[in-house]
Design a protein around this ligand. Structure first.
Ligand code: NAD
Length: 325
């Protein structure tokens, strides 16, 4: 390996970024993590040059955790992230995934997982990733995930190609079931802890905490819903949830506040998650999201926004196999 996993990362810039340990791993990651799915045009067409600059700016500002997947933009996000991080690899912690390759394309077999990581390493221009996650396990067969996928990932870890391994997904039960059955280093859960939901805290977090498994909280903006923009066409939320998000945005604007900033700060303050992963593809978003560290979330405003979300709070959509729900 050209860069040993034990190598000390480059000096962190002084600033307001905070870092937390990811479970029992040796990964100390920034509380604000960079979600790279928008680099793969998942939320609309991203300007590649601007995307590259946003990654580089994020590194310079102390963001060291970058999450991606071959699924995002069907390999485009990995390609772009790899190019943007050239020369900066030693300063960052890279998480990528395996097992999901398209909207309806899944393959959690040991052979595919092994080949998949090799392909990801090429696109990311590195010879190891810090974290490898089985992507959206609710679409896989539980027995295969436990008996084949994770053992294949552990072999890749032994070979030094992934420093740590874990799983990701939307419904909480499959994540909890796998975490109870097999040792893992980290779990990524999304849209289950933010201003619109908190069931991750009651269900998944205690299971992970008990086993020393690191928790990554993704999609603090509920995949773009908790912003002043319309969410993408594929967004699975109900009309009622979208309408409530619009009302919450308006309420914040009237106070001179920003719903996205409030939502982020609320998540940064959640101590059980090592990091909050936000999707970004512009320097303006990086700047805005760093600004969320500057002031604490006003508890009164959080209470009001929560009241607006009362009827849609913890409302979920279906993702994955029937038995995964
Ligand atoms: P998110 O809640 O982070 O929202 C992202 C959207 O919000 C994008 O459109 C982005 O451009 C926009 N945005 C970001 N900052 C903003 C701001 N300050 N103001 C207004 N708009 C802003 O949702 P996400 O991107 O889906 O989640 C974050 C990351 O978590 C992903 O990129 C991915 O890396 C990871 N993730 C993983 C899984 C999985 O493993 N199954 C699922 C979801 C997310």
């Amino acid at each position: 390996m050209s860069q040993s996993s034990a190598q000390v990362r480059g000096a962190r810039p002084a600033g307001m970024m905070q870092y937390r340990m990811l479970g029992r791993t040796a990964l100390e990651i920034s509380v604000l993590g960079f979600g790279a799915s928008p680099l793969g045009d998942v939320f609309g067409v991203a300007d590649p040059e601007e995307g590259k600059r946003s990654v580089q700016m994020a590194v310079d500002e102390g963001i060291n955790f970058f999450d991606v997947s071959p699924y995002y933009g069907l390999t485009l996000a990995e390609e772009r992230l790899g190019a943007a991080l050239r020369g900066r690899r030693a300063r960052v912690v890279i998480s990528t995934k395996c097992g999901r390759y398209g909207l309806d394309q899944f393959d959690y077999s040991g052979n595919r997982i092994t080949a998949s990581l090799e392909e990801s390493l090429g696109r990311l221009q590195t010879d190891y990733v810090d974290l490898l996650l089985a992507h959206d396990i609710e679409f896989g067969d539980h027995r295969q995930i436990v008996d084949e996928t994770i053992p294949a990932m552990r072999r890749l870890q032994k070979e030094g190609k992934a420093r740590y391994i874990g799983i990701s997904g939307y419904p909480l039960r499959p994540l909890m079931r796998v975490a109870r059955e097999v040792p893992l280093d980290a779990v990524l859960s999304y849209c289950h802890y933010n201003l619109l939901a908190d069931d991750m805290d009651e269900m998944l977090a205690p299971v992970l905490e008990h086993r020393g498994i690191g928790l990554i909280n993704a999609s603090p903006l509920h995949m773009g819903l908790l912003t002043d923009h319309d969410p993408p066409g594929w967004h699975p939320s109900s009309g009622e949830m979208r309408a409530a998000a619009k009302r919450a945005g308006k309420y914040c604007r009237e106070l001179g506040a920003d719903l996205a900033e409030l939502a982020l700060r609320f998540c940064f303050d959640y101590p059980r998650a090592a990091t909050t992963l936000v999707g970004m593809a512009t320097r303006e978003e990086v700047r805005k999201n760093l600004r969320a560290f500057e002031a604490p979330a006003d508890p009164q405003v959080v209470r009001q926004v929560r009241a607006i979300f009362r009827d849609v709070f913890n409302c979920c959509w279906i993702s994955g196999r029937g038995e995964s729900q």
